[in-house]
Design a protein around this ligand. Sequence first.
Ligand code: GLN
Length: 486
Amino acid sequence: MELCDMPAWKLKEMISKGEIGPEDVLDSVFNRIDAVEGTLNSYITLLRDSSYAQAKEVKRRLKEGESLPLGGIPIAIKDIICTKGIETTCASKILKGFRPPYDATVVARVKRAGGIIVGKTNLDEFAMGSSTENSAFGPTRNPWNPETVPGGSSGGSAAAVAAGEAILALGSDTGGSVRQPAAFCGIVGLKPTYGLVSRYGLIAYASSLDQIGPMTKDVKDCALLLQVIAGKDDKDSTSIKLNLPNYLEACEVKDLKGIKIGLPRECVSESIDRSVARVIEEAKRVFEKLGAKVVEISLPHIEYALPTYYIIAPAEASSNLARYDGVQYGLRLKAGSLREMYLETRTNGFGEEVKRRIMIGTYVLSAGYYDAFYLKALKVRRLVKEDFDEAFKEVDYILTPTSPTPAFKIGEKIDDPILMYLSDVFTVPVNLAGICAISINGGFSDDGLPIGIQIIGRAFDEYGVLGVASAFEAETECHSRRPYRR
Ligand code: GLN
């Protein structure tokens, strides 16, 4: 097996035994990039030279006896997360040329841990989308079948990890953007509880929903990366002070005796793809075999979660995106007056979907519509959260599909925004409630496309969620399949 197809924890072992060096891993990753990037387009910016410089530095630190949790591991960063001096575009023309003067907290932590940043990955512009087709830099393709989308908005990160163009990646998840692309590309994606991971330096989409999460080949890597990025940061007032557990220990869970998992009746309806229903049925049997009790539950307001999200997220986005006025960042188009300059810059700088969201958001916040849309959405958000509170009185975890279908064809949904939004039906409730959830590979469709299952946990129970996911992984084979190594 090539190094680029191995998980980080394994490479770390090999590096620490002196069997390989960080440059060997980089060579393997860049060889793969050279072979497949022309097809996949996972990256907006590649950092080949600085990667090798970082590798040298990591080698020196390792030699000096520093203990580096990510020592020498190549990692890709979604291009909505600020990297000091390195262009950060959000896949938008409006940020072209923007070089942040600082690192996001997660990036600083990754560097401190010895991770090597190999590039900035493609995404839907400002993380708005579910297919990575809304990028000013062209779509990313799914390594399992380049005719299909990798999911979105962190599609570049997902494709890169699945294809061996990176060992680990960071994505951001506002309504499913880590989990849904992880599902479509057959990898692991975790949306941490709101407040666990600092958002400092994550360019804001919808601030009450945004979280940064790990995207990895397996659950153990997910625990490894979460450990590095989680924890209080004084630069983000919503980050929470908490005694972090050792997430890697969670991966030692072998059985699920005494654990109760709820399967929401509303999430196994006829509207999900047959292959997805089959994978959920099989997953249920795996969990039962591991000793868990799987029971039917109800989340009565979940059907309102999607419309609620698509009011709250655009409302917050319309406010967050007001700062791109041609004055402070990136693109500025010439015009006769200030007003015309705003108009020209924003009209040309933003793509269709972003403009759609700004218009929806402005509409639902405007006088006369605020109560009918935005305020009502906030009330429904509370009801969705209370559904989870009730459910978690009865069960420890909740199992749902990550997405109602496997990866769809490029172009299939791009002209029908509502159809595209439906892809997020199972992921957005988790963001609205502020809790945590992981997507892991549960199996494959008849066409050989990966299918994700989602395990939802209580707020700050990432440890438990990782344990359940890792027990599932130990019992099944599907996660070890890779698109370029069948
Ligand atoms: N697909 C959802 C949206 O378009 C979620 C995106 C995200 O999580 N960033 O808003």
